[in-house]
Design a protein around this ligand. Structure first.
Ligand code: FCB
Length: 442
């Protein structure tokens, strides 16, 4: 399995999941800080107060990346570290943290990819309505523009948003994520304003004229397949496919929302102002694909949405309850390529949580994760052989971390983290990945 020259071999993280010290050095609280401190929201009452203590241990973490042989690293900037209230006054100490991190990565020969928004909106902006407020698109673009000015000369890869679908659905519609809302109208507005913020940020990026930097967005995608060939199962699978896979990509690539979803949400459908779709369609340089699993769907009249996910008996499932389905990575990459054309793609997240436990010698053997990575890389390679312009792979995650509503109960890392001592241990999957990457370089 030889991947193309210049392929990026990375791992991914997000600020709130690893950094800890959420209020250090003048940072403003984020909605995730607030949410995780609200009783009953997170499993075991966990918070990101300490997480992997990466805010203080970032140098050690770069050493681990070197040991893994990574040539790329995707991380996110906590908006509120840089702009504590989300707009206006700059907190230079917070900004300096990311400058040091970027310089450290470059020195180590590791290409940084920055995600500008990985879900930690400054809490003050939520008090003004968050993404449900149209102004949030502008606040985001101003923050993005500031980051391009500060780091655009050194950071070659920029992603505006991580998984806007998850922000909209889990944050505003179903309430499992911050800000914990359950309001379909607010959700549809948030979705639209996320897109608008993305488009405005892309425009700000172009206006900076950064010759060596490229910009894109990261979306969660996956096959949504019917449980049978009955017309009803096919109909619900198509609806979910349009909702999950097309709802953000159709506007970006075509300037329109998918009809079926718009008809389904009826009176709550987002209302675009005259220029919005043109802004949202601003040309991007790459698309980031986060792939974890597929969904097999059946019609179910008793469900409010009219469907249910059918558990795949006999198939391996991760700790998240997600079916391991490597072919889905190939299928979704091919679909994106056939649907939206020649855009360079990165797998910006792919990974699995398994119940890792150190043995008495302190080693962590995780053969299931080795298989997970290997079989997904095989499918990525298959897509490349068929012409898909895939440029890199970022495993989720560099290290075990705060898995949102599941707290520290789900371990996705290549590095095992002992959350009592903050000791990192490379799992066998980390060693396997390091060897695989080294083999690609030969
Ligand atoms: C994705 C998120 C990432 C991580 C993985 C498991 O949806 O982008 O932060 O939580 O899932």
């Amino acid at each position: 399995m030889q991947f193309p020259q210049g392929f990026l071999w990375g791992a991914a993280t997000a600020a709130y999941q690893i950094e800890g010290s959420p209020l250090a050095d003048g940072a403003g609280a984020s909605i995730w800080h607030r949410f995780s401190h609200t009783p009953g929201t997170i499993l075991n009452g966990d918070t990101g107060d300490v997480a992997c203590d990466h805010y203080r241990r970032w140098q050690e973490d770069i050493e681990w990346m070197k040991r893994l042989g990574l040539n790329a690293y995707r991380f996110s900037v906590a908006w509120g570290r840089v702009l504590p209230t989300g707009r206006g006054a700059v907190n230079h100490k917070g900004l300096d943290f990311y400058k040091r991190l970027v310089d450290g990565l470059l020195q180590a020969g590791i290409t940084p990819m920055i995600t500008l928004y990985h879900w930690d909106l400054p809490a003050e902006l939520q008090d003004c309505g968050g993404w449900a407020n149209r102004d949030c698109a502008k606040w985001f673009a101003d923050y993005a523009c500031f980051m391009f000015r500060e780091l655009g000369d050194r950071v070659p890869l920029w992603a505006t948003l991580n998984e806007p679908w998850v922000v909209m659905a889990l944050g505003y519609l179903w309430g499992q994520h911050a800000p914990g809302m359950r309001d379909i109208g607010a959700a549809a507005k948030a979705g639209h304003h996320l897109l608008l913020g993305h488009g405005k940020a892309v425009q700000a990026f172009r206006a900076q004229g950064l010759p060596n930097a490229r910009i894109g967005i990261v979306t969660n995608l996956g096959p949504q397949q019917p449980a049978s060939d009955s017309p009803q199962d096919q109909m619900v699978a198509a609806l979910w496919h349009n909702f999950i896979n097309r709802y953000f990509l159709d506007p970006i690539f075509r300037g329109e929302y998918p009809d079926t979803v718009i008809n389904f949400i009826g009176e709550f459908a987002p209302k675009a102002a005259p220029d919005d779709m043109r802004i949202i369609q601003s040309q991007i340089d790459f698309l980031g694909v986060n792939y974890y699993t597929r969904n097999v769907l059946a019609y179910d009249a008793s469900d409010p949405i009219g469907s249910r996910t059918v558990f795949q008996e006999g198939k391996l499932h991760t700790e998240m309850g997600w079916e391991v389905y490597p072919e889905g990575l190939y299928e979704i990459l091919k679909w994106v390529y056939e649907e939206y054309g020649e855009i360079p793609l990165y797998i910006t997240e792919n990974g699995a949580a398994f119940p890792d436990t150190p043995n008495p010698q302190g080693e962590v053997d995780d053969p299931l994760r080795v298989d997970y990575i290997r079989t997904h890389l095989e499918q990525a390679h298959r897509a490349i052989r068929e012409g898909v312009p895939l440029k890199g792979y970022f495993y989720w995650s560099l290290m075990d971390n705060f898995e949102w509503a599941f707290g520290y109960s789900k371990r996705f890392g290549l590095l095992y983290v002992d959350f009592e001592t903050q000791k990192r241990t490379m799992k066998s999957s980390g060693r396997w990945y390091a060897e695989f990457i080294a083999g690609q370089r030969r």
